[in-house]
Ligand binder design. Structure first.
Ligand SMILES: Cc1cc2nc3c(=O)[nH]c(=O)nc-3n(C[C@H](O)[C@H](O)[C@H](O)COP(=O)(O)OP(=O)(O)OC[C@H]3O[C@@H](n4cnc5c(N)ncnc54)[C@H](O)[C@@H]3O)c2cc1C
Length: 470
């Protein structure tokens, strides 16, 4: 039997469809819209770019906690058509190319996580989600630039002056879109970490001979350097390789697609010369992204950036599949906030730890390399814990990959949601039920997930669906 996750289709349908107006047609917005349509809600996505420029040519990694969601949604074949399944990670030193060891994705891990580890480009994934969303009945409007948001009126205004309304407004417009600022009342930035990521795709023919094994098992190549690192993998069916170069950077601001502020020559100054061809090609078309809270709540290029964006939509839809009355909307949003904030926080901490693990220098780097080489020499997987090690990096990764966000949303419903419904149904004569009780006690209506891809703004009452306006 396949270890990959599958689930019955169609999923539970809401008995009370409402309108979700989703700002931003990136991966988060499209995935959220698709998930909501699957459970019977109406979804309109407004994206300020045209379809082509909303897609990026860089690579993305889809970890098992993400692919399992897509498998549940029936996207297995579409993903396999565009992406490659990866089986190994190859670790080397950045400066010398010295081999440190390998990590093999064994069957047990995959069985446990019920997903696979896939590699593709942002554009490929965007296409898969867009096509599935349209098939499911999502409406997507490109070239629709949201200029203002009125959460109380549940309205957004486009640059053309057109006004759109929804019962729930979902902000999936990235860190620099208007939603975060609208909800918080000001721009909120975190602390830069001093690392930049230079993202590029190069033809496979530039891959040096000593990395040829990557072709056989669609391996991910990781090079650890002093303050620098590389992550690389095959895209476009193996014809090209996505390279992400990490290096020091002092700039506090930046977003995906910005022009480089540090030259690739500077970032790769100490790099193994066998990768010279890759670097030479990378100079033509690279883009620079800052790594750090200042730039992105989840930095692009990290394994979990895309996964967290999709998990948000999957959880929102799971919760709202139980919607049968308007009055439940707020409590579902409290549940969403509870579930997602805790998850996103812990995963993000892991992502930043990985970036530093790749780029530490001095004694820390020497210890890391020695431990990996020792495990490799004894024929082991290099990320797994050795004897006497209480908690290996691999255990943490397995836990993150094993998480099933849709199961967690179901658990919330069984443990809390149903209980609440039963309690409320016993008060049928009480017209003024106080929804401030329970998990949302003492809070204002949830409006922002500060550690996540999405902001959500909700109205108190759902309006009638007007197909014409949408
Ligand atoms: C064009 C593009 C290409 C990318 N390419 C890559 C890549 O190759 N590799 C990688 O690792 N990461 C890439 N990323 C980043 C990656 O998509 C995110 O890190 C992650 O997937 C989370 O996505 P998101 O949908 O939350 O945010 P984003 O990807 O930032 O998407 C937000 C969307 O909201 C839209 N938007 C913003 N403001 C408004 C507004 N006022 N009105 C309407 N729409 C608005 C934006 O145009 C964008 O399409 C790219 C992002 C973009 C926008």
């Amino acid at each position: 039997m396949s270890a990959e996750s599958s689930r019955s289709n169609p999923p539970l349908q809401t008995s009370h469809p409402i309108k979700f107006l989703i700002i931003g047609g990136g991966i988060a917005g499209l995935a959220c819209a698709l998930a909501l349509r699957r459970v019977g809600h109406h979804a309109l996505v407004v994206e300020r770019r045209d379809r082509r420029s909303a897609r990026g040519e860089g690579g993305i990694r889809l970890p098992p906690n993400l692919t399992k969601i897509f498998f549940h949604w029936g996207l297995r074949d579409a993903l396999r058509e565009k992406g490659l399944v990866s089986h190994t990670i190859l670790f080397t030193r950045y400066e010398s190319g010295e081999y440190l060891g390998r990590q093999v994705w064994d069957q047990d891990v995959l069985r446990e996580t019920r997903g696979v580890f896939m590699l593709m480009t942002h554009a490929d994934l965007h296409d898969v989600l867009y096509e599935a969303a349209i098939r499911a009945g999502v409406r997507v409007r490109f070239n629709a630039d949201v200029t203002s948001i009125d959460p109380e009126e549940r309205e957004v205004e486009l640059a053309t002056g057109e006004v759109l309304t929804g019962d729930v407004i979902v902000g999936a417009d990235g860190e620099y879109g208007p939603c975060r600022t609208a909800v918080l009342g000001k721009e909120v930035r975190g602390n830069p970490t001093g690392l930049a990521m230079y993202d590029t795709v190069v033809p496979g023919r530039y891959l040096p001979e000593h990395l040829a094994s990557l072709r056989e098992d669609n391996g991910v190549f990781v090079a650890f350097g002093e303050g620098r690192a590389i992550v690389a993998y095959a895209v476009h069916g193996g014809a090209d390789y996505a390279f992400q170069f990490y290096g020091p950077d002092e700039n506090p601001e930046g977003k995906y697609g910005d022009s480089p502020t540090v030259s690739i020559a500077e970032i790769t100054r100490t790099l193994d010369p066998r990768l010279e061809n890759v670097v030479r090609h990378a100079q033509d078309d690279g883009r620079l992204v800052l790594i750090g809270e200042a730039a992105h709540p989840f930095p692009p290029g990290t394994i979990q950036a895309t996964a967290m964006a999709v998990e948000d939509g999957a959880v929102l839809a799971k919760l709202f599949s139980h919607l049968s009355e308007d009055r439940q909307i707020e409590s579902f949003l409290f549940a969403f906030q509870d579930l997602r904030q805790a998850r996103a926080r812990s995963v993000r901490a892991g992502e930043f730890a990985s970036a530093f693990f790749m780029t530490i220098d001095g004694e820390g780097a020497a210890q890391r390399d020695a431990a990996m080489k020792a495990k490799s020499t004894s024929g082991g997987n290099v990320l797994e814990g050795g004897e006497g090690e209480a908690n290996s990096l691999w255990e943490e990764i397995r836990t993150i990959f094993g998480y099933d966000c849709e199961d967690e949303a179901d658990d919330w419903w069984v443990q809390w949601g149903l209980l609440r419904e039963r309690a409320l149904s016993r008060q049928t004569d009480d017209a003024d039920v106080d929804y401030g009780e329970g998990e949302g006690e003492g809070h204002a209506a949830p409006s922002l997930l500060d550690f996540s891809a999405m902001t959500v703004q909700v109205s108190s009452t759902a309006s009638d669906y007007d197909a014409e306006a949408w």
